[in-house]
Design a protein around this ligand. Structure first.
Ligand SMILES: Cc1ncc(COP(=O)(O)O)c(C=O)c1O
Ligand SMILES: N[C@@H](CCOP(=O)(O)O)C(=O)O
Length: 435
């Protein structure tokens, strides 16, 4: 597998280099030089394969030559050891549940795969790998669990003070060992910008071996393609082959992975990018003007992103042709008030408890159905996190019905440890220089 930069298509690096560099020096993002199309026979018979068989087929096509196939297979089997069921809610609506991993969010697919890929390529005698990660809530917890105790690695998680839920914060701040948390007096975008500045700092890079565990890292995106193929396989088993995916979006890594799967031959009629009022992408699709804005706080906090990192990847997949992109991607935004209405409506209609991010994906699907009533398809909305991570958002009658898995109950008993920091880069650099 070779990768270029979205800012320089003549660059060509191998997979391990792209993983450890995270970002090319020209500040673009790595993308595969060629996107393999999966054979039609596999797609036609995909319903006969398990999640790990599908994951191996997809990953081996993408990562061709990056490592021996048996090593890739054992990484996949170790990393993806939980299910991603498609649960039917009615004849043409289903929810793809992506919260059955250890951190209770879809991030476990990317974080577990990435940590194993990095551990595989790391050599014992090399300098400690410093993994930096900015989180608006869920990435940090998944990355912490993915890297906890991995030799030769040290993880620094930056999160916006007061803007993540209590459970999310405990997932970031109670791990100890090689996991360190920084509570930043700012927004997620400030955290993301601090991390990006560290990558561009020659002095720091001469001292530390830095890498990113955010979705700017291509090894986070690849495993997220697996569950789109696997969802399609499940739908086929139910006799359904026309699918629209509605994806709750913030940094746009999840939907970028879906679109990569589409380019590899997954037959999807439409992708819906569902956002909260941090609506940089819906505004761009409406007006043609791409203008980032400071993020504002919402109930769907993990989607509070004003400058979505992966949008450049999506434009690159469509050769920067907005009209071609709009054939495949539709986008809607929703307010907190609408999110609450969505949570209530899903509960009333289906007796199903959806987290606020998931509710936004459902609302977007409803809007799409209103505008496309004449087309036959199954609408699948992605449930990206377990509702128990956001209990304060729910009205009491729903909140009391939320089940709390054991790993969450255990967290509540653990002491929280985080260092507070301002948003200036010098403070962050001084912190890293203490390592
Ligand atoms: C629960 C949840 N839903 C949706 C998103 C948005 O996903 P993405 O940033 O890949 O667009 C996030 C954050 O990544 C999240 O944690
Ligand atoms: N919503 C994310 C934000 C970071 O996104 P990433 O996919 O780039 O890691 C979070 O939950 O932290």
């Amino acid at each position: 597998m070779k990768l270029y930069s979205t800012n320089n298509h003549s660059l060509s690096v191998d997979f391990a280099t792209a993983v450890f560099n995270s970002m090319p020096l020209d500040k673009g993002l790595y993308m595969p030089v060629s996107i393999p199309e999966l054979d039609k026979e596999f797609i036609d018979n995909i319903d006969q394969f398990s999640l790990s068989e599908i994951a191996f087929k997809v990953a081996s096509a993408l990562l061709k030559g990056a490592m021996p196939e048996e090593d890739l297979q054992s990484i996949i089997e170790d990393a993806i050891n939980f299910e991603a069921p498609v649960v039917a809610l009615d004849d043409n609506t289903a929810v793809l549940e992506l919260f059955h991993g250890p951190s209770l969010a879809f991030k476990d697919f990317g974080a577990r795969f990435m940590s194993r890929i990095m551990a595989y390529f790391l050599k014992n005698n090399e300098k400690t790998l410093d993994v930096l990660v900015a989180t608006s809530g869920d990435t940090g917890g998944a990355v912490a669990l993915g890297f906890l105790g991995v030799p030769n690695t040290r993880v620094t998680i930056l999160y916006p003070k007061g803007k993540v839920s209590e459970i999310q914060e405990l997932q970031l701040c109670t791990n100890g060992q090689n996991i360190h948390a920084l509570e930043v007096n700012g927004t997620f975008d400030d955290c993301q910008s601090l991390v990006k500045q560290a990558f561009a700092d020659d002095e720091l890079n001469a001292k530390l071996r830095l890498t990113s565990a955010n979705s700017i890292n291509i090894s986070r995106l690849i495993p997220q393609t697996f569950y789109y193929f696997n969802a399609y396989a499940q739908l086929k088993r139910q006799g359904k082959a026309e699918v629209v995916f509605s994806v709750p979006s913030g940094n746009f890594g999840n939907i970028a992975a879906g679109l990569l799967a589409y380019k590899m031959g997954l037959p999807v009629k439409k992708f819906i990018a569902a956002t909260n009022v941090n609506d940089t992408v819906p505004r761009f699709l409406e007006t043609g003007v791409y203008e980032t804005k400071p993020s504002v706080q919402t109930y769907s906090n993990a989607m509070d992103v004003g400058a979505p990192s992966n949008w450049v990847r999506i434009m690159d997949l469509f050769k920067n042709d907005k009209e071609a992109l709009q054939q495949v991607v539709q986008s809607y935004r929703f307010t907190d008030e609408e999110t609450l209405k969505g949570i209530n409506a899903i509960y009333e209609q289906f007796n199903y408890i959806a987290c606020p991010h998931t509710a936004i994906a459902w609302l977007a699907l409803q809007q799409y159905k209103l505008e496309n009533a004449d087309i036959n398809y199954t609408g699948v909305f992605l449930s990206t996190a377990h509702a128990c991570k956001f209990p304060d958002v729910f009205p009491d009658r729903i909140k009391t019905k939320i089940e709390f898995p054991d790993q969450v109950k255990d967290l509540l008993a653990k002491p929280k440890k985080a260092e507070n920091m301002n948003t200036d880069y010098e403070s962050f650099k001084a912190y890293l220089n203490r390592y």
